[in-house]
Design a protein around this ligand. Structure first.
Ligand code: ADP
Length: 491
């Protein structure tokens, strides 16, 4: 048995390869940024060939940095930016156009036209109709790329999200699959039956022959062609980035919950083996399917998470760096009654007010730079708390623990405030590469590198814990202030 598992982490801004040992520790990491294309306002694209070549490049680099050969790698696991849509020619292996990235809003109008079908789509896919998901992006390609619809009808084109594309490339076109977690973000997938939905495909005019075969998250899909890495390696696991992070955080029990503090925030809760629909504006998604058992998750996202700190740094010029926000926020005792609602791109769950714009409330003469910075960090906390409370309501019980990761989770002020406002213990793992780790665990389980979930629980992952400390009256005062600020937008 090889000594390591390699993860491919195909993110939105970079492609990374990380090699893990049996204790879940990082042995080496290589990373390459990818170019972002913005052909029009609100449009975002990637070059699929660049995603593939960058991914292959970092894989080789990671192995060479660690001084190991392909025979030392037992399996590859893949995690990826979800929803991003690629269509390619089966014969030539070339994409018919750039990948349409999850952030791209070009199909907003099309989504509005689908409104009459929203209940049917929600029932089947667990999602709300939004340009975010792959379905309308795929339809856009078929409608706008010359000859694409015809070729797709003739079975000459294939569709895939990024993991599907990478697996097809790695196996030299032998394997065309997508894992359940990625499939469940396409808005074409029936999450109860784990099948592509004929009715939705017909509604959008998508030939089902171009769709990849949906497969579980932890199983051997095929082997990489020996030409690429100097030998064949099993590709044994895949999951979308947020589901992979849920797995990497070892959220194996129903009620376990994690939040990733990146540009945006993504909160996911394991809800067990039944796909319950949220009554509080969250979406339902497949977390993973392993060994015949399928686990679902509720998901909520905050559009402006760490991005509000970037805004203070880049647009407002209040910070030299993101980490400086912690030191400056601590220079004042509170926000002097000031609240920021960073609804720069609308308000997401649980409010769903796409037209809302941001506001700062409670300004008095004494409010200075540090108060504003503190209010900005607090705004991340309040938005995450709104999702935590929505999940608690759906779950029918108070949540006690929150596992965290992502770039902004290194901010201790932010984490303590989250523990205080949400009244939960906040656990931050030592290894914050939870997404890649999750993909490694999935692949490792499939090949017996790790025996079972218990074996994974034993892996390294000692974490720091932030306990709630705030007085109840103060907590309520803060939450009331935030609710009043949000109410100004939602009235
Ligand atoms: P992504 O994966 O979305 O690119 P990362 O997980 O790398 O994001 O996190 C980067 C985000 O976190 C940025 O928006 C940045 O402003 C924010 N950030 C990073 N470090 C800190 C910090 N110490 N305090 C507050 N925000 C931070």
């Amino acid at each position: 048995m090889g000594k390591y598992i390699m993860s491919f982490d195909a993110g939105t801004t970079s492609e990374r390869a990380i090699i893990f040992d049996r204790s879940g520790r990082i042995v080496s990491l290589a990373q390459k940024e990818i170019k972002q294309y913005y052909p029009q306002a609100g449009w975002v694209e990637h070059d699929p060939m660049e995603l593939w070549s960058a991914q292959l490049g970092v894989a080789v680099e990671a192995m060479s940095k660690a001084g190991i050969g392909v025979e030392d790698i037992e399996a590859i696991g893949i995690t990826n930016q979800r929803e991003t849509t690629i269509v390619w020619d089966k014969e030539s292996g070339l994409p018919v156009c750039n990948a349409i990235v999850w952030q791209c809003r070009r199909t907003t109008k099309l989504c509005e036209e689908l409104a009459p079908y929203k209940d049917m789509i929600r029932e089947k896919t667990g999602l709300v109709i939004d340009p975010y998901f792959s379905a309308t992006k795929l339809k856009w390609i078929l409608d706008h790329v010359e000859g694409a619809a015809e070729k797709a009808e003739q079975g000459k084109l294939l569709f895939g999200t990024v993991e599907s594309w990478l697996i097809w490339k790695l196996t030299k076109g032998r394997v065309h699959v997508t894992d359940y977690s990625n499939a469940s973000r396409t808005m074409l997938f029936n999450i109860h039956e784990l099948k592509w939905d004929e009715e939705i495909c017909a509604l959008l005019g998508i030939p089902m022959g171009m769709l990849p075969e949906p497969v579980p998250n932890s199983t051997v899909y095929g082997e990489s062609d020996p030409a690429f890495l100097g030998g064949a390696v099993k590709i044994a696991g895949a999951a979308g980035d947020q589901q992979a992070a849920l797995f990497g955080q070892k959220c194996f029990r129903p009620g376990d919950i994690k939040n990733t503090y990146g540009t945006g925030c993504f909160l996911l809760m394991n809800i067990g083996e039944k796909a319950v629909l949220s009554k509080n504006g969250l979406v339902t998604t497949v977390a993973w399917g392993i060994g015949g058992k399928n686990v679902y998750a509720l998901e909520g996202s905050v559009f402006m998470g760490g991005a509000v700190v970037q805004w203070l740094r880049d647009e407002m010029g209040m910070l030299a760096s993101a980490p400086e926000s912690e030191e400056l926020a601590r220079k004042v005792e509170d926000t002097a009654g000031c609240y920021i609602v960073p609804a720069f791109t609308g308000l997401g769950a649980p409010y769903w007010k796409p037209e809302a714009k941001g506001i700062i409330t409670g300004l008095s003469r004494g409010v200075g730079r540090c108060h504003i910075i503190r209010a900005a960090l607090d705004s991340i906390v309040y938005q995450v708390n709104d999702l935590v409370q929505a999940m608690a309501q759906d779950a029918g019980e108070e949540l006690k623990e929150l596992k965290v990761d992502g770039g902004a989770s290194s901010n201790d002020y932010l984490m303590q405030m989250q523990a205080d406002i949400s009244k939960v213990k906040v656990y931050r793992p030592e290894c914050v590469e939870t997404t890649a780790l999750g993909a490694a665990y999935l692949a490792g389980l499939a090949v017996g590198f790790w025996k079972d979930e218990e074996d994974i629980v034993k892996c390294s992952g000692g974490s720091g814990c932030f306990e709630p400390q705030m007085e109840e009256a103060e907590r309520e005062k803060h939450i009331k202030g935030w609710s009043e600020a949000v109410a100004m937008l939602t009235r």
